[in-house]
Design a protein around this ligand. Structure first.
Ligand SMILES: [Zn+2]
Length: 81
């Protein structure tokens, strides 16, 4: 549900950008639609990667000894020696 709401906000934002691009000189409809669609997919890929990254970080947690983030199952400070 939360993700869907975000999706709508993203689409509305993209539409506004598309209208703004259309208002620029030497821009036709096809260009502005192409820019809007590529922007939409770029943002979606970016959000997807961030989500995965956050999930990975949350899943691995923090080191009980020093409080650093656990990466690849190890504490970068305590287990690197
Ligand atoms: Zn540690």
């Amino acid at each position: 549900m939360k993700f869907e709401k975000r999706e709508i906000l993203l689409i509305v934002g993209i539409l506004f950008i598309m209208i703004g691009v259309m208002a620029l000189p030497h821009m036709n409809l096809i260009y502005s639609v192409a820019i809007a669609i590529s922007l939409y997919f770029a943002i979606r890929v970016f959000i997807g990667r961030r989500k995965k990254q956050i999930q990975r970080e949350v899943g691995q947690g923090i080191c009980v000894t020093c409080g650093a983030k656990i990466t690849q199952g190890k504490c970068p400070k305590c287990d690197s020696a």
